[in-house]
Structure formats: structure tokens, C-alpha cells
Design a protein around this ligand. Sequence first.
Ligand code: HEM
Length: 409
Amino acid sequence: MTNPAPRPSRRVVLTGSAAAALGGLVGGFGIGQITTGRAEAGNTTDPAAPSAGYRGFHGRHQAGILDDAQAHAVFLGIDLVPGDLDASGQRERLRSILKLLTEDAQRLMSGQGVLADTEPEMAVMPANLTLTVGLSRTMIELIGDSLAPDSLGPLPDFGIDELREEYGQSDVIIQLCAEDPTVLAHAVRALRKNLRSITTVKFEQRGFTHATSSRPAGSPFRNLFGQVDGINNPVGGNREIAVFGFEPGDTWFPDATTLVLRRISMDLDSWDEVDRPGRDFALGRRQTDGSPLSGNQVQDPVDLNAVNEMGLPRISAHAHVARAMPHGAQEVLWRRGYSYLDGSNAGLLFASYQRDVAESFIPVQSRLAELDALNEWTTPIGSAVYGILPGVAEGMYLGQQLFEAAGRS
Ligand code: HEM
């Protein structure tokens, strides 16, 4: 590996787990204070990275996972065109797709057009572009029957779901993120052109968050309800533990992880009719500054035992944060979502990275599906889960480790 990311130390691991188990809180302001001190564990901290505006492609983990969200994102879901190929032919087609994506990602992230690019000039300033590639369970099993654990989906049917096929599971996911929407538009188009003879596009879901210039890097964002979102999200070494576990064997494949992508529609018109106390009650935090109803400062803990002068809980048991709060370290997930807005259709491209979907996302989402005051205004309309591939060293292609593990190098 050219750029091995440091692993969290055993001491941090123990401290992080113990603290999470004891406090039940995994906030950017809680556990974040007892990390290794590394701002980010992703490839952005690579000292060999050329300069600002470039995120290194090679490394133990893919870029675009641990690093803070860039302003714009496209989640490109593609399906392999099987044609009349048998399993072995399809496997080779998948390998070709992965090789092509590796080549394109390397070039685009380093400011070069893809091969035969008709507008290579558009790639020159990559604006922190990252491409992150994952596979559906079916594709992983195509590489090797025993490579995908049960936890890699499909997700159970949650009672609140009103899923649309068009935003459902694709064979391959490519998460493209950049600070600049024009760079992103070029990258998406270049990929689509290169892949079009062997794949079909299932979806192209676009999202945005704040421009980097409008807020400090890594700070929470305002979602389209106006709420401060992403406060109790793991940071530093704890983010790395939530996403990659303590050791390589903690994830479905060494240095791999999982992505849950849910398109959640948000009814802004009916939300408009809710007054401030009602909004704050539904979330358990104040819209003004994100502070929890159990405290006054944004970094105060979400304390479900706090009561007011009448002895009533300050945070309702139905509030979103009360229901979503992880029940122990194993449930912690790293939310790296984006807002979407298309005419009057608004919502959240909920994207979470986690070590194990069954141990984290599913219990949290199940609690929310059972009871969450925010459900009144939100509806999941898309859902998919992916195994995100390990990072690669120079000369390797994405997914190569899986082919080798399956004896198909
Ligand atoms: C449109 C849908 C959603 C909206 C608008 C929303 C919004 C928010 C907001 C504003 C917060 C408080 C700030 C923070 O700590 O980040 C929050 C917390 C949280 N949300 Fe959501 N969320 C949504 C869906 C989900 C889903 C689907 C999950 C996971 C299955 C989830 C998991 C969490 C978690 C784990 C927390 C932190 C709870 C804590 O420990 O305090 N959210 N959400």
C-alpha cells in the first residue's frame, strides 16, 4: 500500500467502546474528545496528496468515506448488462467495470480527463473530487459465493417505507463528491459514457450540503427542515472505528465497509405549519442552534432523564434523537448525507457508513420505524445497501482483493 491509514490504537479502542457503552452517546462533542487526535483518518490527510483540491485515490480505504462531506454529491447506481453471458462471463464483465472505474477514478481525482475524454479541461481543477465504489450483495456473490455475509442485505421492509423501484438496489454504486458541481457534472458524464456499452444507469441521485466557504470544515449542516443535522456523529478515531471496526477482520472484508443509501422525502409544506416548540419537540433539539432540550449549548448531552420544573421529561421519548440514539458502541454509524431538492420534491439522501449493517443501521432504523415524531413529515422512498470495497495500492484495481480471495485472480 502506498498510503496506509494509521489504525486506531488499542487504548483508543477500549476507551471509545467503554465510553460509548457507559454514556450511550457518541457525539462529535463527547467521544470525539477522546480520540487519537487525528482530524480525519481518510486519504485527505495523506502527506503525499499533491495539494488542496486533490484527494488521494490510493490507500487502505477508499476516499470519500471518512473524510468530511464535500458540498455536492451524486450517487450513481448502475446495473451490469448481463446480455447472454453465463456467470463466469458476467464476473469478467464486472471485473472490467471495476478496472475501468479504477482508471477513471485515479485520473479524475488527480485532475486529468478520462481516456478519450471529449472535455478533459473540465477535470483540471478536481475540487476535492472523490469517487467511492461499492457492490450489491449479488455482485459480491458473483465474485465469490461466500464473500458476502447475511448482513449485507437486502434490508428488511420497515413499516414506514414507501419505496420506489427507481431508487432501489443497483448492482454497483459510485458515490461522487466534489466542492464544485461543474467538476462533478463532468465526472459523472465521463463515467456514464465510458460505461454505457456494458451497464445501464439505474439512478443518478444528486445532493448538496453547504459550500465549504460558508461554514467551518466538518461542522454539522442545516437540512431542508432547517435543523442542525450531524451533531452527534462520530469524529476522528471513533469515526474510523464505527466505519471500519477495530481490526481488519471486523468488517465483511478487510478494510471494506458498508453503505446504506436511503432517499427520504421531507414534506416541507406541512412542516411549514409546525411552530417552533412543535419542531423542537419532534426532534429533541432546538432549531435555532441545535442545542438539546436537556441543555443550552449545542455540545450539551442529549439527556433523556432530564426533567422540567413539573417533573416532565425535557426530551420526549418520541423525539427523533431519543429514538435514534445508539444503544451502545456497536450501533454507532457515520452519517454522511446530503439534501436533495427537485422542484417541490425535497428530502435527504441519507447515506450512512458502518462496520456492520445488522448491528447498527437496522436496529436504529427499526426503532425509528416503530416510533419517531419526525415520521409525520418524512417518508423513505428509496433504499439500497452496498459493500464498499477496500482501498487499493497503485497498480491494483478496485475489488482485486475479493477476486484474489475467491481464487479468481
Ligand atoms: C429525513 C430524515 C431525517 C432527518 C430530517 C434527520 C434529522 C436529524 C437531526 C436534525 C438530528 C440531530 C442532530 C444530530 O445529532 O445529528 C438527528 C440525529 C440523529 N439521527 Fe436523524 N434524521 C433523519 C433520518 C435518520 C435516519 C434514517 C437515521 C438512521 C437510521 C438517523 C439517525 C440519527 C442518529 C443516530 C442521530 C443522533 C442521535 C443522538 O445520538 O443524539 N436519522 N437526525
